[in-house]
Ligand binder design. Structure first.
Ligand SMILES: Cc1cc2nc3c(=O)[nH]c(=O)nc-3n(C[C@H](O)[C@H](O)[C@H](O)COP(=O)(O)OP(=O)(O)OC[C@H]3O[C@@H](n4cnc5c(N)ncnc54)[C@H](O)[C@@H]3O)c2cc1C
Length: 395
């Protein structure tokens, strides 16, 4: 049986960088990866462009319970260290607003420079090695694969990811490995995910995009408000504004079993209520047909829904419907359409600064497997890089 200083379980963003940081310290490292290839999720990130980080990188962009641990990790490996790390590997970066991308606009370039560094550091990689058991040994651990292969190591870094896009490798199987050490799992739910709404509006307007302000409403209270793109779909609502407000909604419905969850859409964010009222009154005085009241403000396809919606309504009511159209949300799309996992390993049992388990010495965790959820905009990969690098130091 081969013996290593450190075994990295899962070769995604967090696992690859953990292997690099351990290898640079002169450790003998192996990555155990269940797929025949590393970093499959890196390749699809940012629609193939890979939004690797964000200029405004701070703990404020993560779930409140994770902010302490995120801060402790970014203080060791934050935005500047992430950029320097990639620059030194030869990956040139540029900014699109606050988002940071490779100049090639190719996620494949990100994976390539990482793979070259793994080669350079002579990191061993076991492909098709789906870890399904970790046993204690006299000096460390024996890691076993589903097909019966074993390796021995002194320390372990578990970087098996969350549950999104299971066909790319991460299906939550590493939660079981953590549970065996006594770790608690906060129920994982899909995040950055389209929402399901039973509403004729969605059906009739499917495929139509508009700029809007979207608000999530849970227990009658507004949770989050985002201005961005809304896409109507056959089953409900999608688009960046919806993905950005979806986390609280998915947790409320999928984890907490709440009902009465709504999304409010302001379909005309660029015009205030009094001006919109005046505009509609002018159009009525000019004998616009009711279905055409919003032509030139909203796409023509909206005429399909406005005849029924506005029939018999006062101008005030029409304005309310346009500025605060409510959709009852009945669920979220599943793991195959979610960008992130909300939930995962409870971070109360993880040491700040080093990411070592408080329950088992020489076991470390990094990346999406932890209950650390960043906003869209490079925050989840930034967490994977930073936490992977820090965990790989295994001090
Ligand atoms: C469509 C999409 C687009 C995204 N775009 C962005 C973006 O632009 N910017 C951003 O910041 N974030 C983005 N994300 C999120 C980001 O990609 C993830 O948060 C990040 O890749 C997580 O890295 P990870 O290493 O923790 O997990 P993963 O990348 O999921 O890697 C886990 C690895 O572990 C392996 N594994 C799992 N179980 C086992 C096992 N039992 N044994 C051995 N190996 C195992 C898996 O095969 C996988 O290779 C996107 C996600 C998706 C789905």
């Amino acid at each position: 049986m081969q013996k290593f200083d450190i075994a990295i379980l899962g070769g995604g963003a967090a696992g690859i960088i953990a292997a690099i940081s351990a290898g640079r310290k002169g450790k003998k490292v192996v990555i155990c990866e269940k797929m025949p290839q590393l970093g499959k999720k890196i390749l699809i990130s940012g629609a193939g462009r890979c939004n690797i980080s964000n200029h405004d990188l701070s703990e404020a962009h993560y779930n409140p319970e994770a902010r302490g641990i995120v801060k402790s990790v970014f203080s060791r490996f934050g935005r500047e260290r992430i950029e320097k790390f990639f620059n030194e590997l030869g990956l040139k970066l540029y900014s699109d607003g606050k988002r940071i991308f490779p100049v090639t606009n190719q996620a494949a370039s990100v994976l390539k420079v990482l793979e070259e560094e793994l080669k350079n550091l002579k990191i061993s990689i076991e492909f098709d090695f789906e870890v399904n058991h970790i046993a204690g040994s006299a000096n460390g651990f024996i890691v076993k694969s589903k097909s019966g292969k074993t390796i021995s190591c002194d320390s372990i870094v578990i970087t098996g990811g969350g549950k999104t896009y299971p066909s790319l490798g991460s299906d939550g199987s590493c939660y079981g490995l953590a549970k065996a050490f006594g770790h608690k799992i906060i129920e994982p739910v899909p995040s950055a995910v389209p929402l399901l709404a039973k509403d004729r509006f969605c059906h009739l307007l499917q495929g139509q995009k508009i700029q809007c302000i979207a608000k999530s409403i849970i227990d009658g209270k507004i949770q989050k408000e985002i201005e961005g793109e809304l896409l109507f779909t056959k089953y409900g609502l999608s688009g960046t504004a919806i993905l950005d407000i979806s986390e609280d909604i998915s947790i409320a419905i999928n984890r907490l079993g709440k009902i009465g969850v709504q999304v409010s859409i302001d379909m005309a964010p660029f015009i205030d209520k009094p001006s919109l009222k005046k505009e509609i009154e002018t159009r009525i005085s000019r004998h616009f047909a009711i279905e055409n009241l919003m032509i030139g403000i909203l796409p023509n396809k909206f005429s399909l829904v406005f005849r029924d919606l506005f029939k018999g309504a006062s101008v005030e009511k029409i304005v309310d419907m346009l500025k605060d159209k409510r959709f009852d949300i009945i669920g979220a799309k599943g793991w195959n359409e979610a960008e992130f996992t909300a939930g995962g390993l409870d971070i109360k049992d993880i040491k700040e600064g080093t990411l070592e388990s408080k329950l088992k010495k020489r076991v470390y965790f990094a990346g999406e497997i932890l209950n650390v959820n960043g906003e869209r905009g490079g925050y989840n990969l930034a967490w994977a890089w930073a936490s992977g690098f820090v965990a790989g130091l295994t001090e």
